[in-house]
Design a protein around this ligand. Structure first.
Ligand code: SF4
Length: 234
């Protein structure tokens, strides 16, 4: 369930229309993306913790190593810290990540009596933040990724690509950090489009709107893009 929106100002409504237009352009030019079926939210939380500051490939290898080394979450929870750190080493920041994974497992076991995060299935995004936000590594981005990708909640995660594109296109001011961008984008993304729009922007950031040299001449968004406008004025 989505939080009821606060009343919007005229400029917010203009922005909302802009986001809707760009969202629609992606749908028309790239296509619709089906939302996958739901998966285990605890596994998804651990996987997302492993994804911090690394690429998808290293995250996947680290997560696979973890699943192949330990028979269940209890074994991961009680594994010697240094051993777990070596198992997930490829993901980088491995000692910190091992600690955060074990803190998460300790928390769910102590609070819910078993190794599960299924309680998230009944929660809104705000409730999930209240439940897990005090744990290290459980910021808005991590919780939003799990709620959106794994549980199908209509919340729009902001990763590095989404953040960059949101600023360039002009959805949010250049000076906004990722948390401010996340909060600003929530009421702007059309209802039911969070997952698809997030993936469209990530792919566009990887393939077209590169951090260093965006390929604006190839970009179907350019007529709506602040960066393009600012860099192509005569
Ligand atoms: S026009 Fe350029 S800066 Fe704007 S979204 Fe496209 S590639 Fe990025």
């Amino acid at each position: 369930m989505r939080k009821p929106p606060d009343p919007m100002t005229a400029s917010q409504r203009t922005l909302q229309n802009k986001v809707a237009k760009v969202c629609q352009l992606f749908e028309e030019n790239v296509g619709e993306i089906d939302h996958p079926t739901t998966a285990d939210p605890l596994a998804s939380l651990v996987e997302t913790l492993l994804s911090h500051n690394t690429n998808d490939r290293n995250r996947d290898i680290a997560f696979k190593n973890l699943l192949e080394t330990y028979p269940d979450w209890e074994a991961v929870h009680h594994a010697p810290h240094e051993e777990l750190a070596q198992v997930v080493r490829v993901a980088g920041l491995n000692r910190q990540k091992a600690k955060r994974i074990q803190e998460l497992l300790a928390y769910v076991k102590e609070t819910h009596g078993e190794y599960t995060a299924d309680f998230l299935r009944e929660m809104t995004f705000e409730e999930a933040v209240e439940e897990l936000g005090h744990l290290k590594g459980m910021g808005f981005k991590t919780i939003a990724v799990v709620m959106c990708f794994t549980l199908g909640v209509d919340v729009f995660p902001v990763d590095t690509h989404v953040h960059r594109l949101s600023k360039r296109i002009g959805f949010v001011p250049e000076k906004y950090d990722a948390v401010k961008t996340f909060k600003a984008m929530r009421p702007l993304v059309p209802e039911g489009k969070s997952y698809q729009f997030h993936l469209h922007l990530i792919t566009h950031g990887r393939q077209v709107c590169h951090a260093r040299k965006p390929k604006c001449e190839e970009c179907f968004v350019r007529e709506h893009c602040l960066y393009y406008f600012q860099n192509n004025r005569n």
